[in-house]
Design a protein around this ligand. Structure first.
Ligand SMILES: Nc1ncnc2c1ncn2[C@@H]1O[C@H](COP(=O)(O)OP(=O)(O)OP(=O)(O)O)[C@@H](O)[C@H]1O
Ligand SMILES: [Mg+2]
Length: 324
């Protein structure tokens, strides 16, 4: 792994009126890696990406991208980056190929090179077969891949991806992840914002957690998961009276202390070997004749991360709960 940083931000400040969108935000992204920026709605992810990609002026602090100052050398920075926004920028009426050729011309490639680059990118993002179909007929995953391809026209050193898979079904999400991995294998550094711990875990070698415009943790995905206790086996019973027996079984089979939620009729405990622990718990409960409503594996969510790091849940989930 390289020791140089593709992105560095120190004490970034950005205010919108009274609102502090960024409030002393720090970030360091190693060259040649995928770095996750994980946070709930309104945490400041898009604002950070906009500042780093020179679209928005900062009010305080200092940031470099590819070693260049985002304020004083904004033109040079722009020549070295790609950006895929939270909302797809491709034209519905055009075909995938026409979209890429149009972006190529926007980047002054000239007609012949724009055409050739479109062919390469359709191939790289597995869109060759769909290339001559109108984008209106693309699935969500195909559209995001086309969006990624468009931001790669000039093979940027640093690519900013703002929530590239929000709203996609699991299969499309997997396709986008594959494309991101391929990009990094070809040498691009990626800063990816996401609201999904699972996505950061799958793609990123390091994750910064952002809350209220500030980095509240910076760690490897495993480090983060360890802090919050990792994966858990969860058993739901039909009747409260079954809980003590389930606790006993779970305590015997799982690695850590089980927790019982009497009102939710749930028992859960941390596990390291997910699948074998699940199988063992299911088998033992069946052997002992315990009536079980549901049993499964639960991965830690963004909410679990927040609860552990801040002592409160994300504002978004609290608001949802209050409304319910
Ligand atoms: N142009 C703007 N004018 C006023 N307020 C803004 C503007 N852009 C962002 N904000 C506010 O700054 C805060 C951070 O917003 P930002 O869009 O960076 O969050 P985010 O982490 O990208 O959220 P999401 O997950 O919803 O995209 C929010 O409270 C938002 O309302
Ligand atoms: Mg955003």
């Amino acid at each position: 792994m390289s020791d140089t940083y593709a992105v560095r931000a120190e004490a970034l400040e950005k205010r919108y009126g009274e609102k502090r969108a960024l409030d002393g935000f720090d970030l360091a992204v190693r060259e040649g890696t995928v770095h996750g920026l994980l946070g709930p709605n309104g945490a400041g992810k898009t604002t950070a990406v906009r500042i780093l990609s020179t679209l928005v002026r900062l009010d305080g602090g200092h940031a470099t991208v590819a070693g260049l100052d985002v304020v004083r050398q904004s033109r040079e920075v722009r020549a070295r980056i790609g950006l895929t926004g939270q909302y797809a920028a491709v034209d519905e009426v055009l075909t995938g190929r026409q979209n890429l050729e149009m972006f190529g011309r926007l980047f002054h490639l000239g007609g012949r090179r724009a055409k050739a680059r479109a062919v390469e990118l359709l191939e790289q993002f597995d869109l060759t077969d769909a290339g001559d179909k109108g984008v209106g007929a693309y699935s969500g995953g195909m559209r995001r891949r086309l969006d990624l391809a468009a931001s790669m026209i000039l093979a940027p050193a640093v690519l900013f991806l703002d929530e590239p898979t929000t709203g996609l079904d699991p299969r499309s999400r997997g396709e986008v992840w594959d494309s991101v991995r391929a990009l990094v294998a070809s040498g691009t550094t990626v800063l990816l914002t996401t609201q999904y711990l699972e996505e950061a875990d799958k793609l990123a070698s390091r994750v910064t957690v952002i809350d209220h415009g500030r980095a509240i943790a910076d760690d490897t995905p495993d480090g983060l998961k360890n802090r919050i206790g990792g994966d858990r086996v969860e058993v739901v019973v039909a009747e409260r009276s079954e809980i003590p027996r389930v606790v006993k079984v779970v305590a015997r089979v799982c690695d850590g202390e089980p927790e019982a939620d009497e009102d939710g009729l749930r028992v859960h405990a941390p596990v390291t070997d997910r699948v074998s622990a699940l199988t063992e718990v299911a088998r033992t409960l069946q052997d002992e004749g315990v009536r079980v409503e549901d049993i499964g594996l639960r991965r830690p969510s963004l909410d679990d991360v927040f609860l552990r790091l801040t002592g409160h849940r994300t504002d978004v989930s609290e608001a949802k709960e209050a409304a319910a």
